[in-house]
Design a protein. Structure first.
Length: 189
């Protein structure tokens, strides 16, 4: 693919983070339930680099057993190309046995129009069986809740910063579990 005109890819090369240990965080989310997955939140250095997102993805999936997995990412057209090859640079427990498993890569619906025409058909949620009416935007929805933490955590030490972020995401996941019964009831009534 020649899809390269995306903020995530351009921002990876910006140096606005100066001497900061982290320029932000990346997450791996369940797009069906909008939860942060276990072992799926990590620091980014100077934007979203493949190595960071690879680590988060393989770390999150290393304890998961699945038959079918739909992976969405705003730059999945580029990211997925050498994903399985890149796993070889990670410890063995991060490797995913793909025998008998189906992995589908899709671009988040909101981001899809920014891609070239080929990507808009190959990586479209609308043209993929088995994804229902999902849009893949779960990772993007939570940023409005987490962004205010940046001003509180940017001058913290790494352990304190990590604890605050983990607590925030744990609380968010917990509230979704507690509210799931009421939310489901509202959908069927």
């Amino acid at each position: 693919s020649t899809c390269v005109n995306h903020h995530a890819m351009k921002d990876a090369n910006k140096t606005r983070s100066g001497n900061l240990a982290s320029s932000g965080i990346g997450t791996i989310d369940c797009i069906r339930h909008n939860f942060k997955r276990p072992n799926s939140v990590g620091d980014l250095q100077k934007g979203e680099k493949y190595i960071n997102m690879n680590y988060l993805f393989f770390s999150s999936m290393s304890h998961s057993d699945f038959v079918s997995l739909t992976m969405s990412y705003d730059i999945v057209c580029q990211w997925h190309l050498y994903l399985w090859l890149r796993t070889m640079s990670f410890p063995h427990h991060f490797h995913i046995d793909l025998d008998g498993k189906k992995v589908t890569f899709l671009v988040l619906k909101f981001h899809l129009p920014a891609h070239v025409e080929k990507c808009q058909t190959v990586f479209s949620f609308n043209l993929t069986r088995g994804v229902g009416r999902a849009d893949g935007e779960a990772p993007e929805r939570g940023w409005s809740d987490i962004n205010p933490l940046s001003s509180q955590t940017k001058q913290m030490g790494p352990a304190s910063r990590r604890e605050i972020i983990d607590d925030h995401f744990w609380d968010s996941n917990h509230k979704k579990v507690i509210g799931s019964g009421t939310g489901t009831l509202a959908l069927i009534c």
